[in-house]
Write a protein that binds this ligand. Structure first.
Ligand code: SF4
Length: 274
């Protein structure tokens, strides 16, 4: 879905299989991931908590059975923490969502971990997905130039501490980029990093973006990467990239809309300003 806000700006949400929706938390994003269309334009503005919850309501118009919300669309939830956590607490308290069915996806930051670890006992404790993409600090910094400068080891240790408190495994997100982070060295680095931890790895073959140099690895390479993790005892799956039929989900649909080249899907942008 492409959704129009009260000031005319737009964000993407993706209605996913298995009764889930992926929502945006910001218009644009300041993290600047090298493979992401949203990251190219920088941050425009924060979304309010009502604008985040409205995306869920709009998705339930399409699928009333939606019971899972991934805060994984446009934006870095850790950079809009107050509104994101308001939405999490609201949906988990009044929205008929199990706490573990609300998942924040973040590149990680000290502020985020401090906030999560300080949640009171009765508060909704969302599941956490940590965008890793490399076990090497230099490569991760190059891929995510404006992410918090925590080391990979510190990120994983902080995520693990929250996982124990919230009693839910951490999901590690790994956008697979051909020739960049799809090799044996990275797979083995991940195995060494996560061995013995309560974790699962979601491998996401990249959504190729016109004008960016990153390629989606062939299917056999994706399967080989995951097989290597699994053989070492790391729970891992390949995530299908949703919404490729409308070039959506990574800011691409919105980008085409802004550039005036959108197709029929974007012309049906829903107005959620009310
Ligand atoms: S992948 Fe996520 S964190 Fe990175 S620039 Fe895109 S929206 Fe921001």
């Amino acid at each position: 879905m492409l959704l129009r806000l009260s000031d005319g700006r737009t964000v993407e949400s993706v209605v996913l299989p298995k009764n889930a929706v992926c929502v945006s938390t910001q218009v644009g994003c300041a993290v600047g991931c090298a493979f992401c269309m949203t990251g190219r334009g920088g941050l425009t503005r924060q979304l309010g908590s009502a604008e985040i919850v409205a995306q869920v309501a709009a998705a339930r118009e399409i699928n009333p059975a939606i019971r899972k919300v991934d805060f994984m669309g446009m934006g870095e939830p850790a950079h809009n923490l107050r509104a994101v956590m308001e939405a999490v607490q609201f949906l988990g308290t009044y929205g008929d969502f199990g706490h573990k069915s609300l998942m924040i996806s973040s590149s990680g930051s000290r502020r985020l971990f401090q906030h999560l670890m300080a949640l009171p006992r009765q508060a909704v404790k969302p599941a956490l997905a940590l965008s890793l993409h490399s076990t090497r600090d230099e490569l991760r910094s190059a891929l995510m130039p404006h992410a918090d400068k925590m080391t990979v080891r510190d990120l994983v240790a902080a995520a693990e501490a929250y996982s124990r408190m919230a009693r839910t495994p951490v999901q590690y997100e790994w956008v697979l980029l051909q020739g960049v982070n799809d090799g044996v060295q990275e797979a083995d680095g991940l195995i060494a990093l996560l061995a013995g931890r309560s974790a699962m790895v979601n491998v996401i073959p990249v959504n190729e973006v016109s004008g960016l140099p990153f390629k989606r690895p062939p299917k056999a390479a994706c399967l080989g990467f995951v097989r290597r993790l699994r053989e070492a005892g790391i729970v891992s799956t390949i995530r299908q990239s949703a919404a490729q039929d409308v070039l959506g989900g990574c800011g691409q649909l919105r980008s085409r809309f802004i550039e005036g080249a959108a197709g029929s899907a974007a012309r049906r942008a829903l107005d959620i300003s009310a």
